[in-house]
Design a protein around this ligand. Sequence first.
Ligand code: EPZ
Length: 426
Amino acid sequence: MQVLRVTGGARLDGAVDVVGAKNSVLKLMAAALLAPGDTTLGNLPAISDVTIMRQLLEGMGCAVTESTVGATDRVTISAPEHLQYEAPYELVRKIRGSICVLGPLIARTGRAKVALPGGDAIGTRPLDMHFAGLERMGTEISIQHGFVVAEARELRGASIWLDFPSVGATENIMTAAVLAKGTTVIDNAAREPEIVDLCRMLVAMGAQIDGIGTSTLEITGVDGLSGTTHDAVPDRIVAGTWAMAAVATRGDITVRGAVADHLRIALDKVAQAGGEVEVLADGFRVAQADRPRSFDVVTLPYPGLATDLQPQAIAALSVADGTAMITENLFEARFMFCDEISRMGADVRTDGHHAVVRGRERLSGAPVRATDIRAGVGLVIAGLVAEGVTEVAEIHHIDRGYVRFEEQLRGLGADVERVESSTFGP
Ligand code: EPZ
């Protein structure tokens, strides 16, 4: 099995580039289904999730052409007049985010048949708010043989209140509402920068959306949309990962191509740890001279601290001076990561939505498994501050969200390589 073999000890030093956000790009690609003709997306990350999303769109009859512009990819999605409305299981099971084709398919064809993605390592991940919102707009939804089967003779605007500001539910309801008859109001909508990015692209396609960036979105349906050209918003989670890596390794990293404003709470945590934060025109710099100080973490929807930075923060806190309390408010099983980092000697105790991390001088290298994308990079960061060698297995998770992660780490002075390992067998 391929693993990342990390030899601990290096202080990361240098600059890295951040490109478009996985959690926006997948939705932008799905939204291209809303308009027959060409939509071109730029600033794309070369990650496996984008490749799978491309295959999904091709399965629906789109032609997708790719080109590379500098360090980023660009795709042109040509959506046909008549779309296939089925999203097969073998692709959907690989990336749950692909459920985001549901809204655009219903809006364009009045129908959708999308495999139910099921849960994953971080939680059960129900879709009840997606369904409730689409049903209020006149869609009939049923689960048949592992598929979400949806039909809408006429999509109508509706007032929808979300029990929780779900990113996915906001996106699916919004992409349905842009072609619905009348006005849809989504109250308690998600406000993530990725939502704003999607809103901006939809408006460029001809959609009418008010309240962008707020928790109340008002979408007035139009008769048709047209293709556009759009560059994806930078990946704040990748940028935040580098910030936590700098803190953990007492390093000095300049993160280019990022938006510091999208990471206010995370960078504030860096300052609490004793790190120096410098906001730059094209990103930010984090320099951690001494052993980090502990800080508490509470994960919340945006603008709160992203749950997708929780494992990276725990990795930094595992070698910090002091004790930290972690509260995970989004995904009930996201502490699975703690079982793995404990194998490296981290002092982490979990109880339901809470974890307590008592910092240690150093961790010790060990063979560990990535259970999801963020847990994977969290374990690599832990390996960087451990004595000896750490082998991180199941690295396909990391490739889903990080572009050439180990190369970028080596560029910062880390000793990390992708190798075949006997520890984990074939
Ligand atoms: C998106 O997931 C991201 N994924 C996640 O990133 C991210 O952690 C999450 O938003 C929160 O920021 C993508 O964009 C592909 P939610 P999503 O709907 O849309 C509950 C990563 O590592 N909920 O905002 O699935 C849900 O169970 C991934 O890149 C319902 O109960 O998240 C969770 O507790 C991991 N019913 C909470 O809401 C619903 O119908 C937030 O989920 C929908 C959600």
